[in-house]
Write a protein that binds this ligand. Structure first.
Ligand SMILES: [Zn+2]
Length: 144
C-alpha cells in the first residue's frame, strides 16, 4: 500500500480556535484520485484506523497525523438502494441507478454507483465512469 503525499499547490486556509490550528486545502485527494482511477482513503498514523469520511483529525484517537492511502478497491456491499428520482439535473439521465455502501477490505466504507441487481453481501471491485466531466465511483461484481 502506498502513502499519498499531501497535495501541493492547493489553496490553504488556517483556522485558529480551541487552542489548535487546523489546515485545510482546496484540492481533494479523494476526488483527485478518482479522476486518476484511484480509490483513496484516510488512515491514522498513530492508531492505524481507517476513516470513512475525510476529517481533519482521527475520529478514534483525535490525532491529526492522517495520511492518504490507495485502496485495492475490493470490498463487500453493506447497503444497496435503487435511486428512481435524481437528486439533481446532473443525475437525471442516469435514473434508475443503483447506489451501494461498500466496506472496503482496508476498513473504510465508501458510497458509489453499482451494476443493477447488486445487493447486500456481494463482493465487488471498484471502477470509475465519467459523468458530467467528473469521475464517479462504480462497483462491479468480483470474485473474492
Ligand atoms: Zn487515530
Amino acid at each position: 500500500m502506498t502513502a499519498v503525499p499531501p497535495p501541493e499547490g492547493g489553496r490553504t486556509a488556517t483556522r485558529q480556535g480551541e487552542g489548535v490550528s487546523m489546515t485545510t486545502t482546496a484540492t481533494h485527494p479523494y476526488t483527485d484520485g478518482l479522476a486518476q482511477g484511484l480509490l483513496r482513503y484516510q488512515r491514522c498514523d498513530d492508531c492505524g484506523r481507517a476513516q470513512t469520511l475525510t476529517r481533519l483529525a482521527c475520529a478514534h484517537c483525535g490525532s491529526e497525523h492522517l495520511a492518504w492511502h490507495e485502496a485495492q478497491g475490493r470490498g463487500t456491499v453493506v447497503a444497496a438502494s435503487v435511486v428512481s428520482r435524481a437528486p439533481s439535473d446532473a443525475f437525471r439521465p442516469l435514473v434508475p441507478y443503483t447506489l451501494v455502501l461498500v466496506e472496503l477490505d482496508e476498513g473504510p466504507r465508501v458510497m458509489g454507483h453499482a451494476m443493477p441487481g447488486t445487493t447486500i453481501g456481494d463482493h465487488v471491485k471498484a471502477g470509475t465512469f465519467a459523468h458530467e466531466k467528473r469521475s464517479l465511483l462504480r462497483f462491479s461484481p468480483a470474485a473474492h
